[in-house]
Design a protein around this ligand. Structure first.
Ligand code: SF4
Length: 214
């Protein structure tokens, strides 16, 4: 088999395909906010536009949703107008007037992820559909399905978050931390949570007279 590092070759392949399949966001166009940006932590979405770090992808099953979107199974991106802001969403598949989302998941998932519920619910308003389904596919190929009927209050919360992100981008203010389980996989974890440690190290360096260059 030689000395080749197959793990990093696979990782690079996943990374390249993942980039191709990502929802394209024009970071300069702050009047168009993507649904993906407001169902996740707003600070993460802000950094993705202003000062991005690459995300590390873990496996091919994470690419499923992007592949389906690319194949456009009746799921062209759609916009929802909010005065001068556009909220843009895209479903993975549309079937029999129902919206379908596909996500990878750990085995034995008992409840859908909050961000997926928010995404699906908002899509039902954007596409004006009453029913939606999230299909989670685990590593052992087992599927877990959750269905949802649309909820106005939940969509109003998304609209509020769209306006908040738009305002903060306009003012170039970093959104507050939104600590959650998302943080452990987030590419900005160090930026959010390690500053204090760096600050301490800096002040120690300064105390030793090594911190400032004139
Ligand atoms: S580490 Fe957490 S709070 Fe910070 S950007 Fe990522 S998800 Fe948001």
């Amino acid at each position: 088999m030689g000395d080749r590092d197959y793990q990093s070759i696979i990782q690079n392949a996943i990374g390249s395909i993942g980039k191709e399949l990502e929802i394209e966001i024009n970071s300069k166009d702050i009047q168009t906010i993507h649904l993906k940006e407001v169902v996740q932590c707003l600070r993460r979405s802000y950094y993705d536009r202003i000062e991005p770090n690459e995300i590390e992808r873990r496996g091919f099953n994470e690419l499923l949703s992007g592949l389906l979107r690319k194949l456009q199974y009746g799921s062209e991106a759609k916009e929802f107008a909010l005065d001068d802001i556009k909220l843009k969403g895209q479903v993975d598949m549309m079937l029999d007037d129902s919206i379908l989302l596909f996500r990878s998941a750990p085995e034995g998932l008992e409840n859908p992820h909050a961000s997926d519920i928010l995404y699906l619910n908002a899509c039902m308003w954007i596409y004006d559909k009453k029913d939606g389904i999230i299909i989670y596919i685990a590593g052992d190929k087992k599927e877990t399905t959750f269905s949802l009927t649309r909820n106005k209050k939940m969509f109003e919360e998304i609209i509020r978050r769209v306006r908040v992100l738009n305002d903060l981008l306009k003012e170039q203010k970093v959104p507050i931390l939104e600590p959650s389980t998302e943080c452990s996989d987030c590419q900005y974890f160090e930026r959010c949570f390690m500053k204090r440690k760096n600050a301490k190290e800096m002040s120690l360096a300064e105390m030793l007279g090594m911190g400032k260059k004139d």
